[in-house]
Design a protein. Structure first.
Length: 369
């Protein structure tokens, strides 16, 4: 998908889409549509497939979220950005997390839907302080929710969210100028997981915005992610645990240590299926990185930014996962991830998605739409 000629909503790009199967079994994308002045809406489009089952284009269906809430608007514009959508089984609803570009900066917001076409805003996510660390009032992005309840640290069924607070001094544009051997402040430069008791959400949906019981999940480690890591696509359950595709940022260093530009790639985490605070596997190298011209040239060069996954059960291929991602903040691409099938008696967390195994060694083969 790329900007439609003459469409003012897309003049500065279409990117970073949520991807989810609807009640009708069709695959829908929810791209960030960027109008002039970096003003973003969340659109909705139906994916078109060829005879081989590969995505080849989209049918635009309109706007899913137009910035209207006070926390989505600011004097110089505002917007609704970078959605992720999960069908949450205990709630029997679709849950969207997205970035609200508020007067105070980017914040995580949530909305719910029964049918993908009508969305109810729940508001901004709030987080209790943790060990002296204050999360509210801090820029925050890249939020992912789990499709089922998981045990919180006290063993109670809870809804869990993965998020990436951008504490002052941790933006990659700031850290890019530091030496490659810089010390990483683990509490401030990490992906976090937080919980909300399921019983509270079942009593009132708006409780889904209130999280506590924080745990630092992962910090930058490998050279390809040394400046920043953040959430990518929503978790999917595999026989080996929760598969989470995430993004990492590195700087392009030239000359005498000078940094010119940032490079976004994607890797894999596999979290324990019973306690997602535990990382069972982490890819040492990217599974997807900027290589194509459309990924290396655009509004922001050298970017692949995964935000959607589609397990291809419609093709009877539990070994295949399609990844939808932003290309250089300008277009949307798709990559095919083929994974080995291993014997397992683990039942999938979602009846909409049969179980699968994570990829440990196979890089994705791009199929660009």
């Amino acid at each position: 998908m790329e900007p439609e000629a003459g469409n003012p909503y897309e003049v500065e790009g279409v990117l970073n889409p949520a991807a989810v199967r609807g009640p009708d079994g069709e695959l829908y994308l929810f791209p960030r549509l960027v109008a002039r002045g970096n003003y973003s809406r969340i659109g909705i489009a139906r994916v078109r497939f060829n005879a081989d089952g590969d995505p080849v284009g989209v049918e635009r269906l309109g706007i899913a979220l137009e910035p209207t809430a006070a926390y989505e608007l600011r004097a110089d514009g505002g917007g609704c950005e970078d959605p992720r959508i999960t069908f949450v089984e205990p709630l029997k609803r679709y849950v969207m997390t997205y970035t609200a570009f508020s007067p105070n900066g980017p914040r995580i917001a949530l909305a719910v839907s029964d049918d993908l076409f009508h969305w109810q805003r729940l508001g901004l996510a709030t987080f209790e302080p943790y060990d002296g660390l204050e999360f509210n009032g801090v820029n925050n992005k890249d939020a992912l929710v789990f499709p089922v309840a998981v045990p919180d640290p006290d063993g109670r069924p809870a809804m869990a969210i993965i998020h990436r607070p951008l504490f002052p001094g941790t933006d990659p544009r700031e850290t890019a100028t530091e030496p490659a051997t810089r010390t990483i402040e683990l509490d401030r430069e990490s992906i976090w997981i937080a919980y909300c008791p399921l019983e509270r959400v079942e009593d009132h949906l708006h409780h889904l915005c209130h999280f506590h019981s924080h745990h630092r999940l992962a910090a930058p480690a490998a050279p390809w992610e040394r400046l920043k890591i953040g959430g990518g696509a929503p978790p999917i359950l595999t026989p080996d645990g929760w598969l989470v595709i995430y993004h990492g940022v590195a700087g392009t260093r030239v000359g005498d240590g000078e940094v010119r530009g940032l490079r976004y790639s994607a890797g894999v985490l596999v979290l324990d299926r019973r306690d997602p605070r535990l990382i069972r596997y982490r890819s040492p190298t990217p599974i997807l990185e900027p290589e194509l011209r459309q990924e290396r040239e655009g509004a922001v060069a050298e970017v692949v930014f995964p935000t959607g996954v589609d397990r291809r059960s419609d093709l009877g291929l539990p070994s295949r996962v399609d990844i939808y991602y932003g290309m250089a903040d300008s277009r949307i691409g798709a990559a095919r991830l083929d994974v080995p099938i291993l014997p397992s008696d683990i039942t999938s967390a979602s009846s909409r998605h049969p179980p699968m195994c994570e990829n440990r060694s196979y890089p994705p083969r791009r199929k660009i739409s």
